[in-house]
Unconditional design. Sequence first.
Length: 622
Amino acid sequence: MEPLPDNHITEPMTRIDPEMNNRTLFPSARECLFAFTAILLLLLVIYGSSFRAPFHYDDYVNIVDNPNIHLRDFSLHSLRNVLYGKKPNHTWDTRPLSYLTFALNYYVGRTDVFGYHAVNFAIHYLSSVLLFFLLHLTLAASFAVRDDPKHVYSLSLLSTIFWATHPIQVTAVTYIVQRMTSMAAMFYLMSMLFFALYRLTAGKRQKIIRLALCILAGILAMLSKENAVMLPVSILLYEMLIIQGPGPNPGPKKRNGAIISLLVIITGMVVLACILTTPSAVFNGYQTRYFTMQERILTEPRVILFYLSLLVYPVSSRFTLLHDIELSRNLLTPWTTLPAIVLVMSIIPAGLYLSRKHPVISFGILFFFLNHLIEGTVIPLELIYEHRNYLPSLFFFPIFIIMIFRLLSRIPGTGTIPVLCFFSGIILLVSQAHTTHMRNYRFLSGVRLWSDNIEKSPALSTPYLNLGRSLWEIGLTEKSMEALNKAEALNRFNNTIQHRTLIFNKALYDAYITRQYRKAGEAFQKALLINNGSPAIWAELSRIHLILGNPEKAMDLAGHALSFWPDNPDLLFVKTMILFKTGRLEPALSEITKMIELYPDHPKYQILMAEIHRGKKDRENP
């Protein structure tokens, strides 16, 4: 066979053979061992310290203060509560699989953060391994008729390492609650890998099994987080660009088989999406936002470009949990709005244009924008979060690594340029890993995390609000109030719920520190007027009425809230306190016994139990 010409890298690609030899598609056992070990060691070095990071921000409402996932047995009632997520009972959550893993963590170690971080780390590592396999298979298939196969392994491993160690992934790995994001991506990758195996390998029985596993993994991805609904479209894109390729069309039999399998997958995903979500309720979230749908749509192209800049220029000073981004009020305010829209709308056609000569690069570009579609358009979510790039960035790094590889292959001889590129890549990787390590260091303390966030986004109220909570938890109540007052003065919240939380936290100070109960009661009432969806506020307001000598009102409030949150421990505790204070000792004893069965390690329940028994003893022996 004659050698390929020097310019073969730029020639149009012909379609691949869907029944390629497995030796061509997969790395050897020795290569796998090296890749798995290298990825694991790198991730342990940069994420090892994060296993001690405490709960932060949304971890509390989803895990720590969420009785639905406080699994203590495997009864049908307990498991059903887990499926409610953080919602009130009788309302199914759209991320039940994620909440189930949190519940299992709680069952094993309660609120010990090590177990939660260990699971998050394992998910990230497994996602990296799956990405390595999928990239190797994709590049081997795409390069089969053009390039030297020996480069496929190094390109796949290098792309995977850059993705896995990038600091933008920290909030999807170290921030515990964002397991929802990383787990959805893990099953997403698994589904795509099984689809690729289904299309690229022979054997009818093997194909049926792999197609079934593809569908199952896709369902698990969507049960982890809703943005996985784009999986069928990604598979269709993969089929068109990678499997069939931009060259001559495959035979009718293979083409029809692909179409049938895709129709099955798409139909199943759409049906499941309709079951899991209520389309009419999707946009209700704008009721609690301080921006409109139009403003969000106009702002998101600037957000997407900012994400791209973070991926390309990963400097520590640019990463934080809550970013401050100006709303786009119209096409000209701010002035960057229109150019951002034009640039985004130009990149997507460019990705399509590249599909004939550079299908993998084209797929990476289109995959990135496609998988930002759910969280980056009309859905009333927060405007910007780094963890939203975990899934879209999966095929981002092969774009640049393949481009550099092709550029170097054009340079004749061995020369110094490839050597310089190699050492530059090592320096870039080490620098990136160090930035990731430093980002994990920020998560080791709530005060450290939110102080860093305030330094980078000083005009936002929410970082001050969270700093106030962190200071309160370590006993610095005066400093906590300073942070809360600063948050109130700035008055820049993402939604009404955060504004309500500020009022609630300040009311706690009045109730527990200064003992100004009437002032605290007025503040709790004001918080309910803003948003009444918090059982903690109802419990505190009920407690205030009990302290002020109005037990009937206190019981009415607690009873009303319990009709929505029947298993909430705060509400149950207040109800038990009211029964005890009003002399109804037997009902109080019955309630506290049930609570101790559910929460045997909670000290205040044990104290209340002792007080009730003392009251009974005093009554029996006056």
